[in-house]
Every structure is written in structure tokens, then in C-alpha cells.
Design a protein around this ligand. Structure first.
Ligand SMILES: [Zn+2]
Ligand SMILES: [Zn+2]
Length: 97
């Protein structure tokens, strides 16, 4: 039994979240997200997934990063961003004409 640091509920299924060496105790993921999830620099929404990081700031999506003046971000995986790094190269085109 531990007490949620967000809402104060003492709950037998509470759990710990360790971030940056600090341990937090919550009774629910909802409380954990509200308390410790990073916030999008542009829109302020809680970032539940990977999010994007640029210039030390977190964004929920590429749209918000672009609106905040960050260019060149891509919320796809590394393989996809590599393909898109050079807009003039088109790996999907074949040599057949
Ligand atoms: Zn709680
Ligand atoms: Zn956002």
C-alpha cells in the first residue's frame, strides 16, 4: 500500500515510476501522466509516446515543432528520416522508364 503523490489515494496496486534517479509513486497511469509526462513546448499537451526533441525542448508532434520554429524534424523512425533527408533523392523511383 502506497499513497499516490498526485491525488493522495492510498491504493494497494500503486506503482513506482523512476525518472532521472527520482522515484515517484502513483495509483494510476492517469496520475503518472498528469504528474511526470513531458509537455509539448508548443501546445502543452502531455506527451505519452516518444515525442520529438529539438534544441532541448519536447514536442508532441512534427506539426508543433514546425510551429515553434524547429525545422528538419521527423516523427518517423530513423530509416524513414534517412530516406527523407535528401528530398531530391527518390529511393522509390526505379531506373526503368
Ligand atoms: Zn492518483
Ligand atoms: Zn504539441
Amino acid at each position: 500500500m502506497a499513497t499516490c503523490e498526485k491525488c493522495g489515494n492510498a491504493y494497494d496496486k500503486s506503482f513506482e515510476v523512476k525518472i532521472g534517479g527520482k522515484v515517484h509513486v502513483f495509483d494510476s497511469f492517469e496520475c503518472a501522466i498528469a504528474a511526470v509526462a513531458p509537455r509539448c513546448t508548443h501546445c502543452g499537451i502531455a506527451i505519452i509516446g516518444h515525442g520529438l526533441e529539438a534544441s532541448g525542448k519536447m514536442y508532441c508532434c512534427n506539426h508543433c515543432a514546425l510551429h515553434a520554429g524547429e525545422a528538419g524534424l521527423n516523427d518517423r523512425d530513423d530509416t524513414a528520416s534517412d530516406r527523407r533527408a535528401d528530398p531530391d533523392s527518390n529511393v522509390f523511383s526505379s531506373n526503368a522508364t
